[in-house]
Design a protein around this ligand. Structure first.
Ligand SMILES: [Zn+2]
Ligand SMILES: [Zn+2]
Length: 158
């Protein structure tokens, strides 16, 4: 894969909001001591450009290979692991299936529909009162980011 093709893939960077998000993520990556390699950029860009913000590792591979068919899945898996270590990507176990990954630049909590499996995003502070109460009453330190809320989405309650 040539450098130019990588640059093209990155510069295709969709809309201005996505471009701003990409810049923020790369800045965070640099700040955390990570190098911005072409591979990392491709993976981040593929995740940003994806309609679904919660992707399994296989989904990320598919998204990357839409632009770069030669990309080896193991490279994508390794890159995802490294981006997770660097805090740019979060790995979350939402349902019984494989873990999903999201970019960590936009904090949110997860609403999981037990009817259709859809994952919706909720405001980041939605569990704050619960966390505070648990800490006060039981000493338990809730990790809200790792606590998906289960129920039925609007479409499934009809
Ligand atoms: Zn998420
Ligand atoms: Zn549903």
């Amino acid at each position: 894969m040539s450098r130019n093709r990588i640059a093209d893939a990155v510069e295709r960077a969709t809309d201005p909001a996505a471009a701003a998000h990409l810049a923020a993520i790369l800045e965070r990556l640099r700040h955390d001591g990570g190098r911005v390699t072409a591979t990392r950029r491709l993976v981040i860009d593929a995740m940003l450009g994806s309609h679904d913000h919660h992707l399994t590792a296989a989904d990320v591979v598919e998204a990357v290979r839409r632009d770069e068919p030669d990309f080896h899945p193991s490279t994508v898996y390794r890159t995802l692991d490294r981006l997770t270590e660097l805090g740019v990507v979060d790995r979350i176990q939402i349902g019984p299936g494989p873990a999903v990954y999201h970019l960590s630049h936009r904090p949110h909590r997860h609403l999981v529909c037990d009817g259709c499996g859809a994952v919706r995003e909720a405001p980041p502070d939605v569990l704050d009162a619960v966390a505070t109460r648990l800490a006060t009453e039981t000493g338990f330190a809730l990790n809200p980011g790792a606590t998906p809320l289960h129920g039925l989405c609007e479409a499934c309650t009809i």
